[in-house]
Design a binder for this molecule. Structure first.
Ligand code: CA
Length: 369
């Protein structure tokens, strides 16, 4: 660094340091919020799309509330409501947007009917895995786009969970060719739903708590949910014949925390930082829970419950891949927000793809792990 540049750099650093002292520290966007630290107490409500205390996701939100309470010394206390306790499971977006609750937890693709571009922030079929999604959101502008997308709805989105790679789902019919997808009534959200529709199936969106009954009664022929650990807890092996992999539609879906924007702005900056820190911890915690337990439960499903676990035939996956491209083309050509978000997503995918090509892909292909 040239001497003058270095001097300028140091001067800027000093100026920043001084402003931190004046305004207090903690706010990621300096000046966004008055950083006056008060002892004002906040009592908030969080609504979720999950059943009350649902393993991993529900528990994770309970833990999030506990961590925030502890970190803030009781200044921000959050009462967590499961889906249906305060508002219906799939109404959390509206509830937080309107301020019925200050916070919500769920997945952004549930709001595809309202905000189509939101889907890209959960998962894209044949898209990026959990670590790549985090990299896009935290380090490559993805989160900023998400914030811009949600701002008109009076919402602040914060990543707060990930399931990791999912399974393809539970089917009561064999999928031997792409023709077997025709007429298939399947519970599947997000862009994966558009793909199933293009393949001639009938996608249905139901919250987690209603899937079992729908599958048992034949309202649906198939469902995707998460992976071995959670699917075991849901008991799908009792009512479905075949368990297919891979989860082509959800390679690393992000779970979201939403905060009512006006309420967010009313928080002192240190409490905002505490919420962000707790959400980041949730993000790691949920992903770790799934990663630690999926194989244990996969073995239980196979060895104890004799579940028929099968891979989708390659030609079926190829067909699903081409319908995925078509679904994204259709969406981005009619919705400018989707186009903008997908351009960022796709650019980043290409960027990390080159690295993955010579790092993890090669590593796994040689039987690592
Ligand atoms: Ca899923």
């Amino acid at each position: 660094m040239a001497k003058t540049n270095r001097r300028e750099f140091l001067k800027k650093g000093a100026a920043l340091g001084a402003s931190s002292l004046v305004f207090g520290c903690g706010s990621e966007k300096r000046g966004e919020t008055p950083a006056v630290q008060t002892n004002q107490k906040f009592r908030w409500k969080a609504v979720t799309t999950w059943q009350p205390h649902f393993p991993v996701m529900g528990e994770g939100v309970d833990a999030l509330a506990r961590w925030i309470d502890e970190m803030s010394g009781g200044r921000l206390q959050i009462q967590v409501y499961g889906g249906g306790e305060l508002v219906p499971a799939l109404s959390t977006f509206d509830a937080v947007s309107q301020g019925t609750a200050e916070m919500g937890h769920g997945a952004s693709y549930y709001w595809a009917g309202k905000v189509p571009a939101a889907q890209f922030f959960t998962a894209v079929p044949f898209g990026m895995n959990a670590q790549q999604m985090n990299a896009w959101l935290y380090s490559a502008g993805g989160l900023k786009l998400w914030e811009e997308l949600y701002a008109p709805f009076n919402l602040v989105p914060i990543p707060a969970g990930n399931t990791g790679m999912q399974m393809g789902g539970w089917f009561n019919r064999e999928i031997n060719t792409a023709d077997d997808l025709k007429g298939l009534k399947m519970r599947i959200p997000g862009l994966g739903a558009n793909v199933i529709k293009l393949a001639g199936g009938a996608p249905i969106l139901t919250p987690g708590g209603e899937i079992y009954t729908n599958l048992e009664r034949g309202v649906i022929d198939a469902t995707e949910w998460i992976g071995p650990y959670h699917d075991y807890l849901q008991g799908f092996y009792r009512i479905a014949k075949h368990y297919y992999y891979p989860g082509w539609h959800e390679p690393g879906p992000v779970l979201e925390l939403t905060v009512n924007k006006a309420k967010w702005e009313s928080l002192p900056s240190d409490l905002q930082m505490i919420v962000r820190a707790a959400a980041a911890r949730s993000n790691v915690w949920m992903l770790s829970e799934f990663e630690a337990k999926n194989n244990i439960y996969l073995r239980k499903l196979v060895e104890e419950e004799k579940v028929d676990v099968r891979k989708f035939p390659d030609p079926v996956l190829q067909t699903l891949k081409s319908y995925s491209d078509q679904a994204i083309d259709e969406l981005t050509s009619k919705d400018p927000s989707s186009k903008r978000v997908y351009e960022s997503f796709d650019k980043f995918r290409n960027q990390v793809g080159g690295w993955a090509e010579i790092s993890e892909k090669v590593y796994y292909s040689f039987g690592a792990m």
